[in-house]
Design a protein around this ligand. Structure first.
Ligand code: 5GP
Ligand code: ZN
Length: 114
């Protein structure tokens, strides 16, 4: 865990958040500034900066995160569809340097993004 990292501190429950799922490796919580009726952030507990920093050893963890998002989407009744977004790096719009998957749904999402 990184002491300077907001999402590590959320995972350690040092900073409160509305947690919707947790296991040994993953935690999911609602975004503080939702961009859609359902907006959940799913993160590995391990401090990995971004997709650009993934290693081969993270392969199973990434699969587990996507399957956990599928379950969360069902739990949130996003039967009409949803979107998974992983902003990566400065030009990719990443503002927090701890890998996070956005689960967005509950309205018609536009494409392409800005
Ligand atoms: P990014 O722009 O890096 O892809 O996404 C960061 C997300 O984290 C944003 O959607 C932002 O609203 C959310 N966020 C920032 N600070 C906090 C916080 O303290 N708590 C929660 N729950 N979400 C946060
Ligand atoms: Zn972190």
């Amino acid at each position: 865990m990184s002491k300077d990292c907001l999402f590590c501190r959320i995972a350690a429950r040092e900073i409160p958040s509305e947690i919707v799922f947790e296991n040994e490796r993953i935690i999911a919580f609602r975004d503080i500034n939702p961009a859609a009726p359902v907006h959940i952030l799913v993160i590995p507990k391990e401090h990995i900066e971004s997709v650009a920093h993934l290693e081969a050893e993270h392969e199973a963890l990434m699969g587990e995160i996507v399957i956990s998002i599928q379950k969360l989407a069902a739990q949130e009744k996003l039967d009409e569809g949803f979107r998974i977004v992983v902003n990566t790096g400065r030009e990719g719009g990443q503002t927090i340097s701890h890998l996070h998957f956005h689960l967005l749904g509950g309205r018609n999402l536009q494409w392409p993004p800005g």
